[in-house]
Ligand binder design. Sequence first.
Ligand code: FES
Length: 116
Amino acid sequence: MTAMENVWLDIGTIDDIPRQGARVVKTPMGCIAVFRTASDDLFALNDRCPHKGGPLSEGIVHGTSVTCPLHNFVISLETGLAQGADKGEVATFPVRCQAGRIQLEASQLARSKDAA
Ligand code: FES
């Protein structure tokens, strides 16, 4: 086993998250929002909007973006970057689906400084 080997944390089934919805996973480094798009793609982001910390998990998912429920920043689920004229970035984390189970890559969580 190498030190760089990925460690995947099982966080539930894909059916635990409605399409165009999100689920919050509490980690020692902070809350991570795991989003499921209309086409069943999964994305994991820090659950704090880069604007004023709004809960992105309560936002509206459209395409591969989420609109923050507080002041309508649109955040790319793929890059974590604010879209349009808005500025800011939120941390993203590797997530995958294996046989219907959602898994988060744990070493990324441990390395994240802005997920607290
Ligand atoms: S806190 Fe998200 S847009 Fe202001």
